[in-house]
Design a protein around this ligand. Structure first.
Ligand SMILES: CSC[C@H]1O[C@H](OP(=O)(O)O)[C@H](O)[C@@H]1O
Length: 344
């Protein structure tokens, strides 16, 4: 199942709001459609958002038919700003857009066709590198997975959240491929149910044993000794190892510490933001109240109720056993080990 596909100047995006019931692709011919898809989580997951935004930038430049380098650069910057404003937490979004802009600025060509080709190739490179990087995350991560491990994961950090294979689910896939016969508990992940709708669906598609639990069952599951490790994805990792990830992750990390369960985060280097000193500096997206007060369009809370709906929380580095990246496994102290991975 592909999260996205570039076909003759059109970006096809798998509409993840329709899963698991329907597999439907939306055709994006302009950056505004891509921006809406990111904002409404038709495409979601830090690396997938980055890749989609990169292709969205290409679409925005193509649509404007710039007559010269100057017009093309101005248009690219304008479109990047629109796409960067869609969701604040996943650093891959701005990382991908900045990578394309820097590539443009570093290329002296005056030929708009050549510059546009350059953008398309860079977007393809981001997509391809993420797929390959996730396989490496899987290889590094599966070495931490004991045979027969019962693994708890939260939200969806799978192929649907990336350009393929997944980060946290990449570790699970690699462990399964290594013959470790793992089983997975997927927490449903209120309010948008990425665990129930996406992770459960992804793993079932590949016959990886998976059991769905509600978020409030995780504590009792661990108290019953039914979890051997937790592995989750990330949307942004600060230089000290603090991790922003789907709301509910921090609670799982506290529970894992309480019950002596290893807690792993899996993410590519493109999710690590060394410019941030700690998790305090990571912007946390707050979303519409209706995501909490309604379920499939049906009200489940009284009209007018006040709602707080942060889409992410921050897990402090001290609760994280290791951070599994596409360049190797980082262990505490993270400020040194993460910086070291960039130098490798
Ligand atoms: C591999 S990154 C996946 C990451 O993104 C998810 O958030 P969202 O579904 O809101 O984009 C969640 O935090 C996952 O861990």
């Amino acid at each position: 199942m592909e999260t996205m596909r570039w076909e003759d100047g059109v970006l096809l995006l798998l509409d993840q709001t329709r899963l698991p019931g329907k597999v439907e692709y939306i055709q994006c011919r302009d950056h505004v459609t891509v921006a809406e898809a990111i904002r409404s989580l038709r495409v979601r997951g830090a690396p997938a958002i980055g890749a989609a935004a990169a292709y969205g930038l290409v679409l925005g430049v193509l649509a404007a038919r710039p007559r010269n380098r100057q017009e093309l650069l101005a248009r690219a910057r304008e479109v990047a700003e629109v796409l960067a404003s869609t969701r604040p937490t996943a650093v891959n979004l701005t990382w991908a857009l900045n990578r394309l802009l820097h590539k443009l600025e570093a290329t002296p060509s005056q030929d708009t066709r050549e510059l546009t080709e350059l953008l398309i190739n860079e977007a393809h490179a981001i997509y391809q590198e993420d797929r390959e990087g996730n396989k490496r995350i899987g290889r590094y991560g599966q070495e931490l997975v004991p045979p027969g491990a019962r693994i708890l994961t939260h939200c969806n950090a799978g192929a649907l959240a990336t350009a393929g294979y997944g980060t946290a689910l990449g570790v699970i896939r690699a462990a399964q491929e290594a013959g470790k016969r793992v089983s997975v508990y997927a927490s449903e992940t209120r309010p948008l149910l990425q665990g129930a709708r996406l992770t459960a669906w992804e793993l079932l598609q590949e016959n990886i044993p998976v059991t769905l639990i509600t978020d409030n069952m995780a504590a009792y599951l661990m108290a019953r000794g039914m979890v051997d490790l937790v592995v989750v994805g990330a949307d942004r990792i600060a230089s000290n190892g603090d991790v922003a990830n789907k709301i509910g992750t921090y609670g799982l990390a506290v529970l894992a510490r309480e019950h002596g369960v290893p807690f792993y985060v899996a993410a590519p280097l493109s999710t690590i933001d060394l410019s941030l000193d700690s998790g305090k500096d990571i912007p946390i997206e707050e979303r519409r109240p209706e995501e909490v007060t309604h379920l499939a369009g049906i009200p489940v809370a009284p009209r007018g109720i006040k709602v707080w709906n942060p889409a992410f929380d921050i897990t402090p580095a001290r609760l994280i056993t290791a951070i599994i990246t596409d360049q190797g496994v980082a262990r505490p102290p993270y400020r040194e080990s993460l910086a070291g991975l960039f130098k490798a």
